[in-house]
Design a protein around this ligand. Structure first.
Ligand SMILES: C[S@@+](CC[C@H](N)C(=O)[O-])C[C@H]1O[C@@H](n2cnc3c(N)ncnc32)[C@H](O)[C@@H]1O
Length: 294
């Protein structure tokens, strides 16, 4: 099993997934994810297993020999409130994720989510490459990583919408971390439930680029089978003839055909590649990102 743990050398400054147990390529480590947010290693455990102690001890030993890893945080997702613990070294005061030339705030000492989805990297790259001069609507924006990417790509205006005001506050700080005041002012933030906000969004339409990246299922807030079709019914009010739509789906139980059937009246421009490091024996279970046009 020791061969399956990542080597803690040559890690560099850019964030990435080092071990994606859920992808099924690492027998006995299916419940583990290891992410690199320089200089911190984040180990996520999804089950209580005997091997957990050994995994942590092995990583601490490797970190002691590493010049790059100065802290290891373990999050136990299977426990109530998914607590995080620093098991080695000390966390940086204000930890960030660096992706190429952009940085994003992280929460590594508390909260269930740490604020940055590594598997959305192809989405951020695509948005950045396609945002120049555009008005962007970023639905389910969370901490606004796609808005930061759109701003870096020269978007004229970005409207971020998420019902979690704290995530949006981090989104605003993510813009401030990367851009000057004038550039930051291109982004705005709406802390609303999408399904109660159609009027507001319609008044600001049409948008040149619309991003839809909902959770798979989240209590009564979003349930893919029930709520994605509702978005499709409202989409005609938000688009123009050239609007591009990045539609994402992170529900392991639904495959790409769920999206292509929903968007049957739209042209499919193609899927985005899957993120490196998230290789999965069941690729359909991973995050799906498709580009559509009217
Ligand atoms: C998968 S995350 C989005 C990740 C984000 N696009 C990124 O790349 O970092 C899903 C987000 O949807 C938000 N959400 C869930 N239901 C919602 C609803 N009905 N209206 C608005 N936001 C909602 C959650 O608060 C959460 O931040």
């Amino acid at each position: 099993m020791i061969d399956q743990l990542p080597k803690l050398e040559g890690l560099g400054k850019d964030c990435r997934r080092l071990l994606h147990g859920r992808g099924g390529h690492f027998p006995e480590l299916e419940h583990v994810a290891i992410d690199w947010f320089a200089p911190t290693l984040l180990v996520t455990l999804h089950a209580e297993k005997e091997s957990n102690r050994w995994i942590q001890e092995s990583l601490i030993e490797a970190a002691e020999d590493s010049s790059e890893v100065t802290a290891i945080v373990v999050q136990e997702r299977h426990l109530p409130k998914a607590p995080k613990r620093t098991i080695y070294g000390e966390l940086p005061e204000d930890p960030t994720a660096r992706e190429v030339d952009l940085r994003y705030h992280l929460t590594l000492d508390r909260n269930q989510n740490h604020g940055f989805f590594l598997d959305m990297k192809p989405g951020r790259e695509w948005v950045r490459a396609n945002a120049s001069g555009k008005r962007v609507l970023n639905l389910f924006s969370y901490t606004c990583s796609l808005s930061v990417a759109a701003t870096a790509g020269g978007a004229k205006e970005i409207i971020n919408l998420d019902m979690a005001s704290r995530a949006l506050a981090t989104g605003r700080r993510n813009h401030q971390l990367n851009f000057d005041k004038v550039t930051c002012s291109r982004a705005s933030y709406l802390a609303h439930d999408l399904f109660k906000s159609w009027g507001k969004l319609k008044r600001k339409a049409p948008y040149d680029l619309i991003i839809i990246d909902p959770p798979s299922n989240q209590g009564s807030s979003f349930y893919a089978e029930k709520d994605y079709p509702k978005i499709l019914r409202r989409l005609p009010d938000l688009i123009g003839p050239d609007t591009q739509i990045l539609a994402c789906l992170n529900a392991p139980h639904l495959d790409e055909s769920f999206l292509t059937e929903l968007f049957a009246d739209y042209q499919l421009e193609g899927p985005l590649p899957r993120a490196t490091g998230f290789e999965d024996l069941r690729p359909e279970a991973a995050l799906k990102s498709l580009i559509f046009r009217p």
